[in-house]
Design a protein around this ligand. Structure first.
Ligand SMILES: Cc1cc2nc3c(=O)[nH]c(=O)nc-3n(C[C@H](O)[C@H](O)[C@H](O)COP(=O)(O)OP(=O)(O)OC[C@H]3O[C@@H](n4cnc5c(N)ncnc54)[C@H](O)[C@@H]3O)c2cc1C
Length: 431
């Protein structure tokens, strides 16, 4: 369930703007997962009135934490500008019809393209690279090259190894100096995947196949040392001001399709937490559970596995397709992400700028938040804060904006002040 649906279904979304609706998705999170429970769909009463609609009043209640579904006081993020450890910006490689996954002949070589994943590159990587591998195997070559060492290059390389092939990665940069490093790090399979217009039945079917393969793959990467992949809870917190003064819409974004309905059977659904069962300063909140990619540990794992299986990584930059002809391998996976725009002159790739603020991690903070246009994700390697700005769609500017970063931190600080005040009235759960 997207944030707008949540706000509408709980009666809190009277003036919710599309910017609010896409708060998490914009930050690569809404599409993450939250889907409506029967209760959230109105089958059961929510926090409030007999009709199930929440009151518009903002009176909060102390948290009683009386059932496994309720939550007690939460440790708060130390949301201060001096806790910022990095501000990173990168561009999502967006294509209106979704990623390019197809084989192309280039002289005596076969290039298997696997790029253009928008805001879904980590989420869909295993599925997308599985599709790319089918083209690779069709060439019957036993030694292949992969260009690119980001999410798509690494998963392409690992899957090819598992299929028994010998693989060499060529890349201009390798982690942590690749764009994949600067992602939010959660399951967001439908975050700027394609436009509504570009979502033909074929594109949607392909998306579903990739999403299902990836989702399943990730369930078998849980519980590993360093927790590269894990499930964590997050809370969608409606806000009074949001109803009165919706945040400005992010101009220039196309309409996106609702592909997630095709995978509603996967994973947990959003729960509505009623007043008195949570510590937030609003009558109701939504709780979702989402897959988190702890990108530092996860990338480390992917590279270690690739090298342990006999893979090699060579630093090399390709300026034009002709440079690829000089490689000794005859089958080459092109996983250059945004780099494909220049390398293959693919102007169908639109950059979508995204800035991330990293705060010093706090192990005691295990939850995420969506509040107004802020998306917060607690990873092991950083507390990630993200907001999306007007003009990001189509912008290739990767200059960090420290003033915007401080404003983002302030949004969280303001919410924390309200949570803290509410928690002051919190009673501990009964034994
Ligand atoms: C702010 C932000 C947040 C995001 N959050 C999420 C998220 O939470 N979940 C999610 O699933 N996705 C997220 N994404 C999207 C995701 O990060 C991208 O889809 C993904 O990183 C693309 O990976 P890639 O491997 O295709 O490209 P890259 O990571 O850019 O890797 C490309 C590789 O190719 C190499 N290369 C490029 N050009 C050349 C060349 N000419 N010669 C040699 N080598 C070359 C590079 O050096 C690099 O090794 C986010 C994106 C942004 C911007």
């Amino acid at each position: 369930m997207r944030r707008r649906e949540f706000l509408t279904q709980t009666g809190l979304g009277l003036a919710a703007s599309s910017a609010v609706a896409t708060a998490v998705g914009a930050a690569n999170g809404t599409s993450a997962a939250p889907r409506a429970t029967p209760a959230a769909n109105g089958a059961a009463p929510t926090a409030t009135s007999p009709g199930g609609a929440a009151p518009v009043a903002s009176a909060a209640s102390p948290c009683l934490a009386t059932s496994p579904d309720s939550i007690g006081p939460l440790p708060l993020v130390r949301a201060r500008p001096d806790r910022i450890i990095a501000i990173t910006v990168c561009t999502r490689p967006f294509r209106a019809h979704g990623p390019r996954i197809e084989a192309e002949r280039l002289g005596r070589k076969t290039i298997v393209h696997n790029y253009g994943h928008g805001g879904t590159g980590w989420s869909l990587s295993w599925g997308s690279s599985t599709l790319a591998l089918r083209h690779v195997l069709a060439t019957r070559e036993r030694e292949i090259a992969v260009i690119g060492c980001g999410a798509l290059g690494l998963t392409s390389a690992l899957l090819a190894q598992r299929a028994g092939l010998k693989v060499r990665i060529y890349a201009k940069d390798r982690p942590p100096d690749v764009r994949s490093t600067f992602a939010t790090g959660n399951w967001s399979p439908n975050s700027r995947f394609c436009t509504a217009e570009g979502a033909t039945p074929e594109v949607a079917d392909r998306w579903e196949e990739m999403a299902r393969i990836s989702f399943r793959t990730y369930q078998f990467m849980l519980g590993l040392p360093g927790d590269p992949i894990e499930w964590r809870d997050g809370y969608t917190v409606p806000d009074d001001e949001e109803r009165a003064t919706p945040p400005p819409a992010h101009g220039g974004e196309p309409e996106y399709p609702d592909l997630e309905k095709r995978i509603r059977d996967l994973g947990p659904r959003m729960q509505i937490l009623e007043a008195g069962t949570h510590p937030f300063p609003t009558p109701v909140v939504g709780r979702y559970s989402n897959l988190i990619f702890n990108i530092s540990a996860y990338t480390h794992l992917l590279i270690a596995d690739f090298l342990a299986a006999g893979g090699a990584i060579e630093t090399r930059e390709f300026e034009k397709p002709g440079d690829i002809s000089k490689l000794r391998e005859k089958t080459i996976v092109n996983a250059t992400g945004y780099g494909a725009r220049a390398l293959f002159g693919d102007e169908s790739i639109t950059p979508v700028r995204g800035q991330i603020v990293r705060l010093i991690p706090q192990p005691e903070v295990t939850y995420g938040l969506t509040y107004r246009d802020l998306y917060m994700l607690s990873r092991r390697d950083a507390l990630i804060l993200q907001t999306q700005a007007a003009g990001d769609f189509g912008s290739a500017d990767i200059t960090p904006d420290p003033a915007a970063a401080e404003r983002t931190v302030q949004v969280l600080a303001d919410l924390n002040t309200r949570i803290a005040a509410n928690q002051a009235g919190t009673r501990p759960a009964p034994p």
